[in-house]
Design a protein around this ligand. Structure first.
Ligand code: CUA
Length: 317
């Protein structure tokens, strides 16, 4: 039987089949119990209907076997759904360390994409097949949501923080890209294409994609670092006004209030935009905020630069 519409989107990532199996498992269990309960309601209504005006209902007491059965079976089924779903959710939430990073910025009403070599595109994302891809995403205005149904992945893109999404596309082709969070008048038009290419074709596309020389995000970040005179304080020298940034990304940081936090993307972003939110132990709260002065794209570029710094710091770069 051929349906007049596709039941599921194309299956084009390494997790798509797993997500589908879990989805169908939950759907089948739910459908089974809906039918069972509805059928029993009808059957019992007929079977145990009142037959005489003066009929009195039977006095029924509990059944330990029945109660244990209808407690234990749903418990096992729902715990199975929970652990299965949690396992998948955790794996989807943790990008592999070898993933190639692509930057995504959402704004009303378009998607801006930047590749590691600096190539940019709008409402289109070219990616190589068979490679782990990590998207680092920010929003310039309201909440959007980056959704690629063929890969069975989606993630909110939220102003004021960075979110990540990862996938490994299996099959070359062109797939839908949607904004999956209502974000204003032209939300429905905030759509695009994900184009999965063979790795060589992707490299060829990258080299031919830009008119001028593309500036890699880390290099653009280095220019921003210089333009904003960040190195005045973050010189990497002993006794500098600001902490050494070399080797900072991903490291544990002790704050003035004694807490220890991990310098992940959102810590670094916050420390640029609202520096006084978390001041590193041993330093004065003197850094000016860059909230409103830097775009999300520029923050991502600064992060790319900071991540590229070796432990010796900017001075030795
Ligand atoms: Cu952006 Cu909906």
């Amino acid at each position: 039987m051929k349906l007049p519409f596709p039941l599921l989107p194309p299956n084009a990532s390494t997790v798509a089949t797993e997500v589908d199996i879990l989805y169908w498992f939950i759907t089948a269990i739910s459908a089974f119990f809906v039918v069972l309960v509805a059928a029993l309601v009808v059957i019992f209504t007929i079977k145990y209907r009142r037959r005489h005006e003066d009929e009195v209902g039977a006095d029924i007491h509990g059944s330990l076997v029945a109660e244990l059965t209808w407690t234990f079976i749903p418990l096992v089924l729902s715990l199975l759904m929970f652990f299965w779903g949690a396992d998948l959710a955790f794996r989807l939430a943790r990008p592999p360390v070898d993933a190639m990073e692509i930057f995504v910025v959402g704004k009303q009403w378009m998607w801006k994409i930047q590749h590691p070599d600096g190539t940019r595109e709008i409402n289109q994302m070219h990616v190589p097949a068979g490679r782990n891809i990590r998207l680092t995403m920010g929003s310039e205005d309201v909440i959007h949501d980056y959704s690629i149904p063929a890969f069975r992945v989606k993630m909110d893109v939220v102003p004021g923080k960075l979110t990540t999404l990862w996938f490994n596309a299996t099959t070359p082709g062109t797939y839908h890209l949607f904004c999956a969070e209502y974000c204003g008048t032209n939300h429905s038009g905030m759509i695009g294409e994900v184009i999965v290419m063979e790795p060589q074709a992707y490299e060829a596309w990258l080299s031919g994609a830009t008119g001028g020389p593309a500036v890699p995000p880390a290099q653009a970040g280095e220019q921003l670092f210089a333009a904003n005179a960040c190195a005045t304080c973050h010189s990497g020298q002993p006794g500098a006004i600001g902490p050494n940034l070399g080797g900072l990304a991903g490291a544990a940081v002790t704050l003035t209030d004694g807490r220890t936090v991990v310098a992940d993307d959102n810590y670094l972003r916050e420390s640029i935009m609202v520096p006084l939110a978390k001041v590193v132990a041993g330093y004065q709260p003197v850094m000016p905020p860059f909230q409103g002065l830097l775009s999300e794209e520029q923050v991502m570029q600064l992060l790319a630069y900071i991540k590229s710094l070796k432990p010796a710091g900017p001075a030795a770069h």
